[in-house]
Design a protein around this ligand. Sequence first.
Ligand code: HEM
Ligand code: HEM
Length: 144
Amino acid sequence: MIKMVHSYWAYLVLALLIVSFVTALIGTMQNKRFTDKNLRIFLFTLITSHIQLIIGFIAYYLSAFYETMRAVGMGEIMKMKEARLLMVEHPLMMIIAIVLITIGWSKHKKQTTDKGKFKTIAIFYGIALLLVLSRIPWTQWFAQ
Ligand code: HEM
Ligand code: HEM
């Protein structure tokens, strides 16, 4: 159940992250005005990613892979490709990505120019997007 919520919520996080990044990139390059609509999209991306963080932690402790980890130990988990992805690489990378989104959001508020705001979001959300894409368990996600 929680795994399903985490799985569907991921579409929302990924879609918003892509929209935010593209919006910020275009805003930077074309010197666009930073509108309320832009602000709302960037904020929604932050909020949905924070919610995914919490759902992710619950999914972590309820996961069958977590059971396996408790049973065989960390050393063995590191040798198992799929379990290592879901118990180590994915959570770690996603936490770093969400931290970057949060820092980007926080820093953009301190920028005084519209270009500066867009640029800060483009950089931080952009790196976060790359990290997310690099460690989504694609085969498991699409196998559902
Ligand atoms: C941007 C944030 C995140 C995204 C986009 C994301 C996305 C996903 C996706 C697409 C899956 C595959 C779901 C499926 O089987 O259909 C997954 C699985 C999983 N995620 Fe995340 N996730 C994020 C953050 C996190 C965090 C922060 C944690 C833990 C602290 C976490 C823990 C897990 C676990 C444990 C699974 C595997 C569950 C299982 O197979 O038992 N995720 N995630
Ligand atoms: C473990 C869980 C969470 C952690 C560690 C966390 C951490 C943070 C941090 C450090 C900030 C500060 C960003 C700044 O400097 O402006 C922040 C902002 C924010 N968080 Fe979270 N958060 C979590 C969960 C949530 C949840 C569940 C929600 C929504 C339901 C949420 C919504 C927000 C919003 C709306 C802001 C931005 C406030 C603003 O600047 O307008 N967070 N969070």
